[in-house]
Design a protein around this ligand. Sequence first.
Ligand code: 5BU
Length: 250
Amino acid sequence: EEEKRLSYEEKLEICDHTVAQKLLQIALEKKSNLIVSADVTTTKELLELAEKVGPHIVALKTHIDILLDFDADQTILPLKDLAQKYNFLIMEDRKFADIGNTQELQFAYGTYKISNWADLVTAQVIAGYESLDCFRNVGVVAIIGMSSHGNLTDQNYRDEATKIALSHPNVFGGVSQNKIPNELLLFTPGVNLAHTGDGKGQQYNTPEHAFTKLESDFIIVGRGIYKADDAEQSALTYKIAGWNAYEASL
Ligand code: 5BU
């Protein structure tokens, strides 16, 4: 059954998770559906990128464990300040994929103490519904389908993952390369205007594809922005392309 494509205003009415509400409000305020994936390996690069793209994004996505020099005071405090200054959320793309007890430890302990600073995290749903209970103080974006060539997230997997995502109160969205139900916000990585792949299995589509074909809510762009000569200009280009594609899809 075909569902109607909903606007951000309409999604605000049906997605009541606090983090979903914040993302949708920022999207409307900034006229942006762009999430920059900050896959850089030093704190300096991370903060410089956040400073440049901050005004244009709804969230900055981190892989905090790739930093060579992570330090709670030097990395997280200034990042949090930038998030406040430019009004964006911090999304840690941890892709938790273990039993609940282990995830609880990975979330709150260890070097990164993700629960202290992330507004939203990504998690696999492969370990089942209860594995997601530990993410009480953040929003969870469930991995429903992946962008890489040869991934195992076939239709059956995605259907089952979607059922868990829809039923769990901590989950407000999903990452996928296919449509998901309107009650969940859809995040789509694998977006690049210049390339169709990276020679390492990544597969790229355009913002138009994400918003028109997938009815996505947010695009996630990494190398297209942080590898560009001018990251700020590139963020602006993707922001405008994403917003125009969103409006055209309504
Ligand atoms: P890129 O440089 O735009 O290819 O980076 C894409 C980012 O999105 C990168 O951080 C990945 O870990 C992340 N990603 C993805 O590319 N594809 C997926 O299916 C998922 C996450 Br889930």
